[in-house]
Each structure stands twice: as C-alpha cells, then as structure tokens.
Design a protein. Structure first.
Length: 726
C-alpha cells in the first residue's frame, strides 16, 4: 500500500499542485508527454487515501474504454481498493448506467437495447421506406449524420430550425425516427447522452441525488468534449461540486466529430475557475522537437497558452527532406528506415505519419517493394479499403465478366435496388445452366426474363463500361470506373466520405504510376487488357500477407489523427506541403487552418528522439502530376532547430504565352520538341476533339492541357494520352 508520501513521490511541482488541489473546480492544461494520466490517477488515489471521498463518491470520465481500464488498473496498483463499482468510463457508458437506473423516468423500458451504427442506419432506412422518401435525394447515411449532429447539439426534431423544403424533410425524418425508436424501446449512441441530459434537466430530485453523490468529477481529454457533453457535465457539477478538467487546447483535433475547443473557455467562465495549472514539463521528447512544436502552435490565436520544455537536452536537429517527387520521398523514407534498423532502432518504434489516408498508397508500395514489414495502425492498407476493392471489382468485371466474386461484390453497390430474392434467382439460374452469374444475367436479359430493373440496369452498366474501356489507357479506365459506376457520387453523399473519395482518386494515380513504371505505353486493346490484368494482380499482391501480423515487429503507418496519444523513437511526417498539410479545405472552413496547425503540433510531439519532415516538389494526385510548395508549417520552425538534408535544383517550365512557373527536376522541354502546337486540334479516345492550350512539366513527366469543349479542360500525361492530330 502506498503511503501519502509514496503516492506523491516523483511528482514535479506542477503535478503535485494539481494532484493536491482543494475542493474547487480546476483546469489542468496538460501538454503532450507531461504525465497527464499519472496526474489524473494520482488525484483520484489521493482524494480517496486522504478520506476526502470514497471510491463511490467520485466520477471519472474518459473518451475510450481503454483509457478507463488503464486508469482503474493504475489505481488498484496504488491503493488496496475494489474499483468494480466505481463510476469510471466513457460518456456513453456512464449515461447508459444512469438510464438503466432510472429507465421509467427516462421513458425507456427496463430492457432497452442500444443500436450500433449499422443498426441505426438500418432503422433510418425503414423509417424512410415507410415515409416513401427518395433515398437518392436523402441518402440514409447523410440523414444519420444529420440526426446525430442534432442530438450532439442537444436538439430534438421540434427544436431544429428548417430553412427550406429539404431541411424540413430532414426534420420530419428525424421526428419519425425518434417515434419509431420510442415504440421499439431502443436508443442509439447519441440518444444515450441526450436522453440522460434531458433526464437530469427535467427531474430535479435525480439531478440533486447525483450532484450530492459525485462531489468530485474528473474529466480526461476535456478539449474533445462536444456541446452536449459539456452541458451534461455542467448539470452534474451544479454550484458546489469540484470538476477537475484535464486537457490541452493545442491538441483539439476532432472538430469534424463535434469537439468544441471553446468548452475550455466556457468552463473557466461558468465555474469561475481560479486554478489553472499548466503541466509544461515534457518527459517524452528532446528540446529541439519541443521548441519546434512550440514555435508552430504559437501562430494560433486565442490559445490558453503554455510552452513545453524538458531537461533531457537539445537532442538531434529536425531533419527536413526536399524530394523531387512522391516516389523520391517514399524511397528516402525507406532508406532512412533501413539505416535506423542498422543503428538498432526497432521497426515497431518508428512511425510514418500522413495527413490523409490516400497518401499511404505510394508509401505502402515502396515499403512492399523493399520487403519492409509494416502495419497500418487503426485502419486498412490501401488496396484493402472497401471503396478501393469496389472499384477494383468493377475493373475485374471489365477484364473478365465471368468473375463471380467480383460481380457479387458490386452487383448492388452502389445500391441499385437488387434484392436478395433477385440474387437468389440469378444464382439458381447459374447453377442450373452451369455457367457464371454474368452469363446467367445476360441470358435472362436476352430472353426478357430478368424481372428486375436493377439487374437489367447492372448488365447495361457493365456493357457500357466495357465499351468505354476500349482503347483508353489504364489510368483512364480507373478514372472511368470510379465515376461511371456511381462510386464517386455515392461517397459524395456520405457525411464521412471525403477519405473514401480521396482513396478512389488515388487509385487512378496508382494505375497511371503502374503503367509508367512497369510496362510503359501501350497502343492496342490486347496489350492494354493485359496491362489491366497485371495491375489487378499487383493490387492483390500488395493486399496480401506482407503486412506484419499482430505481435511481430513492423513499421507503423497511420494518419496524424490516429497517432494522438502515441509516441515513438522516430517519426516521419510525409507530405508537408501546402494543400496536403495544411489540407486545402482548411482555407474554406472557419478555424480550419488553426485546427490543421494543432494537427501538426500533435504530429511533431509524437517523436521522442528523431523527427523527419518531408515534402515533394511534385506528386501524382488523382492521376495527374501536381506541383507543390513546402508547407507554411516548415517556415514556422526556427532554422537553428533544423537540418536540411538536401537542396533540389529548380528549373523553369514554359507554358503558352511565354509565362513560366517554377518546376522541379530537369531542364524544361524545348518548344520545338512539343508533338503538338499550342492551338492545334487533337482527338482523344474518351474525351473527343479538343484544342491544345499549354504544356507543363519536364521531359520525364510532360503533361498537356487540352480544352475539350463540353468535356471541359483536361490535363493529360502526354505519354499515355494517345492523342491524334486532326
């Protein structure tokens, strides 16, 4: 058993101040690597050991079940107590517990069930079917996002503003969905918190009971709370309870999930917080890394303000690599990883971070080619992602319509009204005739026996895609598949479809890169069909067994969002370019750039000893070469903290009218060597007739910009465009 002295031993002055605060509300600004979890757990142990409360007299709120379990495990190692009945858990878990105890007052049956995300979506679809709502105009996933967002703001259907017919219909669906859930005695995740909040607000005797019981409320990751979570805490806190809020406004990176960094300022005002303790001593990183993080985040406005420091010394400079292109960047990272391994750094202690999931594709390909085992943390490898597999299935059908596995994957995706019964009939016909599902479907179309507009439409779609694929390059096939199939449109209607759309665009890039790297240009359908087959085989191989099994040593790949809370000996942050990091959409969102800067702060502070930042002067995005510039975040790091590993020459690339822009790599292509003159008419197999507008790039990746009239302005890789003079 810990004595009080043992319990507090090893705490620095600020940690000790936080742990031993009197019965007052306090805000603990806990910087990255500052011992936040230790402070929170020790505070609980100290309150219990000194007799200020019992294990049943406090509530600890976390954001994940894992964090709650870790807290309780640490607590039992400090004190000989039974933590089984303690109120420690997530917002949803604690609300569920409260609703179970007061189900009658909450208007729920005592055996109410909780809907997971899939169940909620299914329930919404049933409501919409009864209401005869067009699911193309009101995609169910979008409706689900709307309902959950309303609930997270504490709004019921009758309190939501409706500005037009569309929002009025959404409100009606929300109201009908609520009624259906009440009839069936079920509650979704967002409902747990809203129903519990309404219970406490409506029933003063229940509210008073919990306010009296939980005189100490401790909240982890306070910067990630949304509006309703804060209002729920505010009700429980009342006028006299102590709320011990631990968080870091500089690490608030979940605005897209409803997190509201302003809750920290509201908390100071609403609870008249006088005690703000800043945990600034970092036990993770060397000072060069921390000084860089401090310099970056200092450019944000309205911060509560803190500066991380360490006694561990300056450490190594931050290494910055300026790559010619994304392939060069990926190869550099692989070379450095090999060097680190030779120095004795474990693969599992090296992380490769990127801003968006789609960036992983070129990195994975290079790691795969170099036989370096890797693991995608909190996600799937590129070619395993559902949207990518859907697009590949369409390509497989174009190449081989008798591929039943591919057909079954996308015959009703995106949804086209093909029910289980229609599919059963098709499979039975295939068995009887000993043929593929495609042959069975086309036979029925020819005989006029399909009896399903969805199946008829699917057969017509695949035939159309086969026709479209004839005579065009592999990259153009991939682009055609993602659009004509309806996949792009489907994910555009998905609240969280942005990453999936980026992955589909990156698939086009992968196809173009595969053509260029492995087989070069092809000029007839037979060779192009073979190229597509080889690309599909390549995708299958990279989705194979190369990723390390759990428990085996592997390089860690992840988005910056997934990296929060983790730490590594060495961290690579790739794609530190304007438009990628910060993301191009940040410029159009209120507070978007500041959120991106907090993301960069989180990324930098994951590194303990060595940090690499890399960017590419050009990269393949969405099947086209794009030229970029280094991120503003690099300029915000003091030069004395960094080590520039290289300096690339910059050449001028001329376009129409004699204007030029800076381009990386080799000298520009001379005008005399252009195959088509500016203003010349050309013909393309897919886009038809057009006029050459300009050129960009260099000899290795020359691109031509063409105005195709109704098809719009297109930039095509000259090597693969297969243009004809008119």
């Amino acid at each position: 058993m810990y004595s009080e002295n043992n319990l507090l031993q090893g705490l620095n002055d600020k940690q000790l101040q936080a742990v031993t605060l009197p019965h007052v509300s306090a805000l603990i600004l806990a910087g990255a690597g500052s011992g936040k979890t230790r402070v929170l757990t020790t505070r609980i142990a100290w309150l219990i050991q000194t007799g200020q409360t019992s294990p049943m007299g406090l509530m600890a709120v976390t954001f994940t079940n894992k964090a709650a379990k870790e807290m309780l495990t640490r607590l039992t190692s400090m004190l000989p107590i039974n933590t089984r009945g303690m109120w420690a858990g997530t917002f949803h878990g604690l609300c569920n517990r409260m609703l179970r105890a007061h189900y009658r007052e909450a208007g729920l049956p005592n055996t109410f069930q909780i809907l997971d995300t899939a169940d909620q979506l299914s329930a919404i679809k049933r409501v919409m079917k009864v209401m005869n709502v067009d699911d193309e105009k009101y995609p169910p996933k979008q409706v689900m996002g709307y309902i959950n967002s309303c609930k997270e703001e504490g709004l019921r259907a009758h309190t939501v503003d409706a500005y037009d017919g569309h929002s009025q219909k959404l409100r009606e669906i929300y109201d009908a969905y609520d009624q259906q859930c009440n009839r069936e005695g079920v509650a979704d995740f967002a409902e747990l918190l809203l129903r519990c909040y309404e219970l406490l607000e409506r029933e003063p005797h229940i509210r008073a009971h919990y306010q009296q019981r939980f005189q100490y409320i401790l909240v982890d990751e306070f910067q990630d709370t949304n509006r309703l979570q804060y209002l729920w805490l505010k009700l429980l806190g009342g006028a006299h309870n102590s709320i011990f809020a631990v968080g870091d406004d500089d690490q608030s990176i979940y605005a897209f999930r409803g997190a509201r960094v302003g809750n920290m300022s509201d908390f100071q005002r609403d609870f008249q917080v006088q005690n703000i303790v800043k945990l600034e001593e970092n036990y993770r990183s060397h000072s060069n890394i921390l000084d860089a993080a401090n310099a970056i985040i200092s450019n944000n406005q309205n911060r509560l303000g803190k500066n991380l420091w360490t006694s561990a010394g300056k450490g190594e400079p931050i290494r910055i690599y300026d790559a010619y292109n994304d392939t060069d960047e990926a190869q550099f990272i692989v070379d450095e990883v090999n060097m680190l391994q030779n120095e004795g750094v474990a693969l599992g202690d090296i992380a490769l971070l990127y801003r968006s999931n789609a960036q992983s594709r070129i990195l994975e390909h290079t790691l795969f080619s170099s036989n370096i085992p890797y693991r995608v943390y909190g996600g799937l490898r590129f070619f395993e992602r559902a949207e990518v597999k859907h697009a590949l299935a369409y390509m497989r059908l174009i190449g081989n319509a008798n591929d039943d596995t591919a057909l079954l994957r996308i015959i009703n995706f995106p949804p086209r009204g093909i029910g289980a019964r229609s599919l059963e009939q098709l499979q039975e016909a295939a068995r009887q005739n000993e043929c593929s599902l495609w042959q069975a479907a086309t036979n029925k179309v020819g005989e006029g026996k399909l009896g399903s507009k969805g199946l008829d439409g699917f057969v017509a779609l695949i035939r159309h895609m086969v026709d479209q694929a004839y005579g065009i390059a592999l990259g153009e096939v991939a682009e055609m598949v993602t659009t004509v199939s309806g996949l792009m449109a489907h994910y555009q209607n998905d609240k969280e479809g942005e990453d999936r759309i980026e992955n589909l665009k990156e698939l086009v890039t992968a196809a173009v890169a595969f053509s260029k790297q492995d087989l070069g240009n092809h000029h007839n359908m037979e060779e192009d069909a073979d190229l597509m087959t080889q690309f599909l085989n390549h995708a299958s191989l990279e989705a194979g067994d190369h990723q390390a099994d759990v428990g085996h040593e592997a390089l860690q790949l992840m988005t910056v969002h997934a990296a929060k809370g983790l730490e590594f000996h060495t961290v690579f942050i790739s794609g530190v370019e304007e438009g990628l990091f910060p993301h191009e959409q940040a410029a159009y969102e209120n507070g978007g750039l500041e959120e991106e800067r907090r993301l960069m702060y989180v990324a930098v502070t994951r590194a303990r000893q060595r940090l690499y930042l890399s960017y590419a002067q050009s990269r393949m995005l969405h099947g086209q070469v794009r030229y970029g510039i280094a991120s503003r975040f690099l300029d915000e790091i003091p030069a004395e903290l960094t080590k520039r590993l290289n300096s690339k020459p910059v050449a001028k690339s001329y376009a129409a009218g004699g204007q030029y822009t800076a381009k990386p790599g080799v000298p520009p292509v001379a005008h005399s060597s252009y195959p088509f003159k500016i203003g010349q008419s050309v013909r393309h197999g897919k886009f038809g007739e057009g006029v050459v507008v300009s050129y960009e790039g260099n000899a290795s990746d020359l691109a031509v910009k063409i105005n195709f009239g109704s098809a719009g302005l297109k930039t095509l890789m000259l090597e693969y465009a297969k243009l004809e003079k008119i």
